[in-house]
Design a protein around this ligand. Sequence first.
Ligand SMILES: O=C(O)C(=O)CO
Length: 335
Amino acid sequence: MYQPHSVMGDQELPGVLILGVGGVEGVLENHVGLLKKNFHLITMKEFLENKKELSEKIKSIFIFERRPTIDRGLLESLPNLKVIANSGVGVDHLDLKLISTFGVKVTSTPQAVSDSTADTGMALMLASARRLVEGCQIAVSPDTERFAVDWLGVEVTGATLGIIGMGRIGYKVAKRAKAFDMKILYHNRKRRKEEEEQAVGAIYCKKMEDLLQQSDFVMLVVNLTPQTHRLIGKRELELMKPTATLINISRGAVVDQDALVEALQNKVIRAAALDVTYPEPLPRNHSLLKLKNIIITPHIGTATVQATCMMTEEAITNMLAVLNGLPIPSEVCPK
Ligand SMILES: O=C(O)C(=O)CO
């Protein structure tokens, strides 16, 4: 458990600019307490109103929620900024190269997010397989006729799960899937150690195509990078089984959404379950929202009380490490 301690002793606490929904007001109450023990909290509104006084005080930026833009203008206005601590593991919203030219470190929270995000992947897979959302709508519908409608699902137990991206989260998905007696295939830039594969019974597919052709469920758990942008397009969807389900817990832009709409409309694949889209949220008239064979959740991979708390703790530990010149637990370096 994280033990808060002040970096500056009796001296003035370093300023942290809080970026998130509603500034400090959007940060859960217990997190504010943790942050306040170590930092002087400054909201964006306060900063904009008192730029002259506050710009020199800000040593860190804490990105609590959403994906705010940190541009050259903001970086130039914070001469003493040392670290940008992101909540969450995906930092595709940050221009790492630009930030590094200002000598500013970027950190993320890989420990805190992995269980909740893996759980979200499992929840989406099970919900899609057993058509839970449709079932719920039928159960609460005043139209009892609809109870007779065919709403058979498919079984996850014994099915083949293909995990694309076998980092920390992908591996936790595999652990969970093992308990469902699933056959697990995975594709990753780097093959996992043999003992790690054996521990979850995962089989490495060097070619992503092999995984796509064999899986009943394909789960995307990659980071968004230039290499994974639109990784899944028309061709890849056509390689999948017509009975297969695509689950995305990584980033929306990993999938070509137009191709996905077409594939779902034409039953090229059975269904999709997405925690991420582009943009987020989708415009109300978006074609994905008109489909029946889809479940969409509003990017809730880490939206649990526990994960949110742990993300704040991990981010504070990272910020203090940078400010104290200590080894940084979760630094993200530009490639
Ligand atoms: O950790 C992240 O960046 C996530 O988006 C988890 O859903």
